[in-house]
Design a protein around this ligand. Structure first.
Ligand code: NAD
Length: 497
């Protein structure tokens, strides 16, 4: 199966679709989806051997073209090759290895108990593939967030239409170049932006997996609703940190700086802001500049380990919020950083004390600026968090058991980490996903296979002996007694009467 290239991509440049609308792509996209469906319908994807072969092929693609993907990530986001391996390519090869190792066991039918009244009978559940899955990826981890869901979709026996983000054009082009060569028939790539995605969403899929912002998430869900197609929405939002003075500040600062400034802050699970008491934040503010220097040197602009904003719009948005808060009297106090350069889309790793009304506290920052917000207590921090959208993650740095259990029991978020931001993504046994405004559904490891499968109920009751004769009409007194005593005994079940 070949990559579908939109009319404006005839020059091979990958993205640019401005001026087109979804109707321009409707025909070719319909054909692409129907070809991808034909592969699924043929039944070829069902055997375990096919699924494992696809995982192996994807692994081979990543290894064979590691340098191409790494170069694309550097071109789009200024990512260091080590960070690209850690958070994109190596992340995926680890996910593939884990899935391949356990897939047979994950797919095994699960026995289910049959109530006495239905005996003799056997029951089990079996995971069956959904069909054709649409995966729509964002630009910030453009390789990981496209191929990660694809791993689960293929392991579950589906075929896939994959739409990389046009905002990361080099990565989109690399994915479109190699996927058809390694995953022909299993995965079709459609490059492009909103018009192509709109045309895709008009087609009927069996699952739509979208990663990105909540505004488009709503568009995706509304489009999927027309076909009653289930969706997974991996969205973002402001993921808070709470810190108190029971922790080793130096170690905590290093962890927070690592999670925040990786990929220049353009990580969905990056700490967005830090809540803490005045003392705790003073301690953290003393350590963070040292951690930043240790990671990125005296001038991060010269560090090969530090990334850049993805495009001018992202740069202008983040630098604009920072400048507004710096210019407004009493709204903020700079701890470190603050420099930026539009020409290179560089924003210095920045730490800043802010008031609650600051521009930086309005929406997700998605850039390398870390606001510190003073609260009186852990209780106030929890109230602050609970008054806002449910975050994708909450990070707690505290040795106080009461504080830890308070966050566990009194807040809601996609994930709750103690002592480390972002690292839960690398635990394949943990479901990765949001709740409320941060998304719905989850994936990674076995959770991916479940996300892209239907768990079918299977019941097998022999025709003889026909124990069900007791519940067939006509109903007399004897049958009523049998039904009420043995088949559906309502009383005493929950100890109520
Ligand atoms: P983006 O701009 O690349 O958009 C994501 C996808 O939506 C792209 O493929 C794009 O083509 C498509 N799209 C854009 N406009 C569309 C439209 N009008 N109709 C249909 N499709 C459209 O990425 P983004 O949204 O800027 O990504 C950043 C956001 O994603 C942040 O909020 C971040 O927190 C979130 N995010 C979440 C996760 C997660 O796993 N939960 C991971 C990464 C990013």
């Amino acid at each position: 199966m070949s990559t579908f290239a939109s009319p404006l991509e005839a020059d091979g440049s990958g993205s640019g679709t401005a001026g087109n609308d979804a109707r321009d792509f409707a025909g070719p996209i319909r054909e692409t989806v129907s070809a991808t469906r034909a592969v699924f319908t043929s039944g070829v994807t069902r055997p375990l051997t096919w699924r494992l072969a696809q995982l192996k092929a994807m692994n081979q693609m990543l290894l064979d073209h590691r340098s191409d993907f790494t170069a694309a990530l550097a071109a789009d986001l200024g990512k260091n090759p080590s960070e690209s391996w850690l958070t994109e390519i190596g992340f995926l090869t680890a996910e593939i290895a884990n899935t391949a190792k356990h897939l047979e066991r994950w797919l095994a039918p699960r026995r289910a108990d049959v109530p006495l009244a239905l005996q003799p009978a056997k029951a089990h559940t079996v995971l069956e593939p959904l069909g054709v899955v649409l995966v729509i990826a964002p630009w910030n981890y453009p390789v990981q967030l496209l191929l990660g869901p694809v791993i689960g979709a293929l392991a579950a026996g589906n075929t896939v239409v994959a739409k990389p983000s046009e905002m990361a054009p080099a990565c989109s082009a690399a994915l479109a170049r190699w996927i058809p060569k390694y995953l022909s028939g299993a995965v079709t790539v459609v490059e492009g932006g909103a018009p192509e995605t709109t045309a895709l969403l008009e087609q009927r899929f069996d699952h739509v997996f979208y990663t990105g912002n909540g505004r488009v998430g709503r568009i995706v869900m509304a489009a999927a609703a027309k076909h009653l197609t289930p969706v997974t929405l991996e969205l973002g939002g402001k993921s808070p940190v709470y810190i108190d003075d029971t922790v080793d500040m130096k170690a905590a600062a290093a962890r927070i700086a690592w999670g925040k400034f990786m990929n220049a802050g353009q990580t969905c699970v990056a700490p967005d802001y830090v809540l803490g008491t005045g003392d705790a934040l003073a301690g953290l503010a003393a350590e963070l500049p040292r951690s930043i220097r240790a990671m990125y040197g005296e001038n991060p602009a010269h560090s090969p380990s530090y990334g850049r904003m993805v495009n001018d719009a992202a740069f202008t948005r983040v630098a604009g919020m920072l400048d507004r808060d710096l210019q407004q009297d009493g709204m903020s106090a700079l701890v470190c950083g603050g420099h930026h350069d539009a020409a290179t889309r560089y924003i210095e790793p920045t730490v800043i004390h802010v008031e609650v009304g600051a521009a930086l506290m309005e929406g997700e920052i998605f850039g390398p600026v870390l606001p510190l917000v003073t609260v009186d207590s852990a209780q106030e921090a929890m109230r602050f968090i609970n008054a806002r959208d449910k975050p994708l993650s909450i990070y707690v740095f505290s040795e106080d058991r009461g504080v830890r259990s308070g966050f566990s029991e009194q807040t809601s978020s996609g994930a709750l980490n103690f002592g480390v931001p972002a690292a839960h993504l690398s635990v394949p046994a943990l479901p990765f996903g949001g709740v409320g405004e941060s998304g719905m559904g989850s994936y990674h490891g076995q959770h991916s296979v479940q996300a892209f499968s239907h768990r079918k109920a299977v019941l097998d009751k022999p025709l003889a002996p026909d124990t069900l004769a007791w519940i067939y009409p006509p109903f007399g007194i004897l049958k009523r007694q049998v039904i009420e005593r043995f088949v559906a005994p309502a009383r005493k079940r929950l100890g109520n009467g």
